[in-house]
Design a protein around this ligand. Structure first.
Ligand code: X5A
Ligand code: ZN
Length: 666
């Protein structure tokens, strides 16, 4: 499996700028590209990417989306003088032309297509195109909002034609509504378009009625256009992640795309003068990471907006770092979405419920009287742009830590050969057998004579030391007794000073782990068996889940509705994922939960697997080493009534404490 990341960049796209006075367009400057590239260089990310040359898009490619007449107009701007350029620009909204606009727009689109080709051909896993002019506002016969050609829309048409794709997902996280993309694919069910955008009940640019949540597509494309309007400024990390969990991701996984294109605008980040939102750069790592399991990892990031140069550059860097598979920094801030965000989420879910099976499980209702600005509970306050440079300087130092030199520490029986992957280190040394014995004896006495277990636990204790001290990014233990190893592991990491340990047990375990009552552990058991008596605590929860016979899966529903919001609310500093042989979910599901949980605790993660489970071991080590594995999920198979009922009961109890679980405002 290829794991490389492409980067598309060419200085030539800096060779155009605004030639007259126009405050609206003045923010779209050439430095947006050079600052981003410099910052990537600073983080030593450029040399880790496969650099691809740009090329000019052909007329044939441009007219996949745009009219020949509009192409003629853009072409004609090459030879215009400033007055003519200005006059032509005024024919459009928030647009400007320069003599080099046509050349740069061809490179911008051509660069995007180069990225799509590299990803689709399998030369690289994923990638990012640093380009300008941006594209998502541009329409069939119109320039709009600094955009000339609609790079992402043409890329989708191009990919459909050239690679015969049936399903493409476009995620538009730019702070503006990509109305151009919406218009182009409105009636097309092969392109699922998601956009969140500053809206403020229509008072924010481009002030369109059709940017609201109730524009869901037309004709055959009904249900394939998802708008999530933000009615307040100041939306932050928790709001964005909640939007992904409760709106985008369940629909995206049910859609099951073959390619994901991101209209990656960073004007939705902190400090941006246009967006006035609060998301910090590492939020874009999380958004990226959450998209990586889709389409077997075929993920193309295409730059759109982003006007605070430092914020843009940091957020671009976090995106590329994550594409490369580096640990995802912990998400900062309070993990509680604001009231206004929940209103928008609730309404988007409601209008889409008739078209998506996974939304039908929950009761959804429309919030008719959506709160207007002054009335609602306050959204997190906006951070002033002038202090953002300073803030980011110290913030990035705080959240970024050196990547451990060992990727994955493996604890395996002698002679084990399943995990010979780059970056893997097999644990050789055993903490003394006395210490291993002491750790085991907390749980039982019989196993003290089990030589292979003593060795395995001894090695695991050593590996856990490395994990807690971040000498290794993560760890996999192949155990002769997964149940006992899990109980010992929990005990040991608490002893080593872990503050919040998220323990996920898949299947049934004989040995009960000893949990503390001080909030330092949160235990989730996923099993097909009957629900045990609920212990009145927000730190222990049980999910009944069963894979149903047939091609397809439903586990992602449980992940986005319950497991991940729980985990993001808890903000663990370490994760233990234990798999028993007696379990009710498939290997693919285990791989998925494993890779999505990598987004937490900076990837500090230990996976404990029965030593004879060759397939699980292979899949899990692949996920741990390469960050995600290429997975294909097949169609959505709804879970049983009984599982849904159980999930609802757990939700009712847990969501009072763990706020990311909430997806209704009222
Ligand atoms: C690509 C992009 C914004 C245009 C704003 C005009 N365009 N007020 O972010
Ligand atoms: Zn924008």
């Amino acid at each position: 499996m290829v794991s490389s990341t492409a980067l598309i960049y060419d200085e030539e796209m800096m060779n155009y700028k605004l030639l007259w006075d126009d405050p609206e367009c003045a923010i779209e400057v050439p430095e947006r590209l050079s600052c981003s590239y410099k910052r990537l260089h600073h983080y030593e990310l450029v040399k880790r990417c496969v650099q691809l040359p740009v090329r000019e898009a052909t007329e044939e490619e441009i007219t996949l989306v745009h009219s020949p007449d509009y192409l003629k107009v853009v072409k004609s701007t090459q030879t215009m003088d400033v007055e003519e350029l200005k006059r032509t620009s005024k024919n459009y909204i928030a647009a400007y032309f320069h003599q080099n606009s046509y050349r740069c727009a061809k490179l911008s689109l051509g660069g995007t297509l180069q990225l799509v080709d590299a990803v689709m051909s399998g030369d690289v896993r994923n990638g990012m195109a640093l380009i300008r002019p941006p594209g998502h506002h541009s329409q069939r016969s119109q320039s709009n909002g600094f955009c000339v050609f609609n790079n992402v829309a043409v890329a989708a048409e191009y990919a459909k034609d050239k690679y015969n794709l049936q399903r493409i997902l476009i995620v538009d996280w730019d702070v503006h509504h990509g109305q151009g993309i919406q218009y182009i694919f409105e009636d097309d069910p092969s392109v699922l378009y998601f956009s969140w955008h500053r809206y403020e009940h229509g008072s924010f640019w481009p002030n369109l009625r059709e940017s609201d949540y109730d524009s869901i597509g037309k004709g055959k494309g009904t249900g394939y256009n998802i708008n999530l309007p933000w009615n307040q400024i100041g939306m932050g990390n928790a709001d964005y992640i909640a939007a992904f969990f409760h709106v985008l991701l369940p629909l995206a996984f049910e859609f099951n795309p073959e390619l994901v294109l991101v209209s990656a605008g960073y004007d939705s980040g902190i400090g941006d003068p246009e967006g006035r939102m609060c998301a910090t750069p590492e939020c874009f790592s999380h958004l990226t990471h959450l998209l990586m399991p889709l389409a077997g990892g075929k993920l193309c990031m295409i730059l759109e907006g982003g006007y605070h140069l430092r914020s843009l550059a940091e957020s671009v860097s976090m995106t590329v770092r994550t594409l490369l598979g580096d640990p995802v920094p912990k998400l900062s801030g309070e993990m509680t979405p604001c009231y206004s965000a929940l209103e928008s989420i609730q309404n988007a879910r409601h209008v889409h419920a008739p078209y998506w099976k996974c939304l039908l499980h929950d009761e959804t209702r429309l919030l008719q009287d959506i709160s207007t600005k002054g009335l609602s509970a306050a959204a997190p306050s906006h951070v002033d742009a002038s202090i953002v440079d300073e803030f980011l300087e110290s913030h990035m130092k705080k959240i970024l830590h050196p990547t451990p030199c060992i990727s994955t520490c493996v604890v395996a029986p002698e002679g084990h050969t399943h995990t010979q992957l780059a970056g893997v280190q097999v644990e050789e040394s055993i903490l003394s057998k006395e210490q291993a014995g002491a750790a085991i004896s907390v749980f039982n006495q019989e196993d003290l004579n089990n030589e292979s277990l003593l060795i395995s636990v001894g090695k695991m204790l050593n590996a856990l030391d490395k994990l807690v001290s971040r000498q290794t990014k993560n760890c996999i233990t192949l155990s002769p007794n997964a149940s006992l190893s899990t109980a010992v592991a929990i005990q040991h990491v608490l002893h080593l000073g872990a503050e919040r340990v998220f323990c996920v047990i898949i299947g049934d375990m004989d040995t009960k782990p000893k949990l503390t009552n001080d909030g330092k552990t949160l235990l989730l058991t996923v099993s097909g068996d009957k629900t045990p008596e609920r212990i009145n605590s927000h730190h222990e929860t049980f999910l009944k889940w069963e894979e149903r016979p047939g091609e397809g899966s439903s586990f992602f529903y449980a992940l986005f509705r319950f497991i991940l919001p729980l985990a993001y609310s808890y903000q663990p500093d370490l994760i233990i994922l234990a798999t028993s042989s007696n379990r009710s979910i498939g290997t693919k599901d285990i791989a998925l939960i494993n890779s999505l949980l990598q987004g937490l605790a900076e990837g500090a993660f230990i996976s404990i697997v029965p030593e004879n489970e060759v397939e699980t071991i292979e899949v899990l080590s692949n996920v741990l080493v390469n960050c995600t594995s290429a997975m294909h999920f097949g169609p959505y198979l709804p879970p049983s009534e009984e599982c849904m009922q159980n999930l609802k009961e757990e939700l009712a109890v847990m969501q009072t404490e763990w706020r990311m679980l909430q997806c209704l405002a009222n």
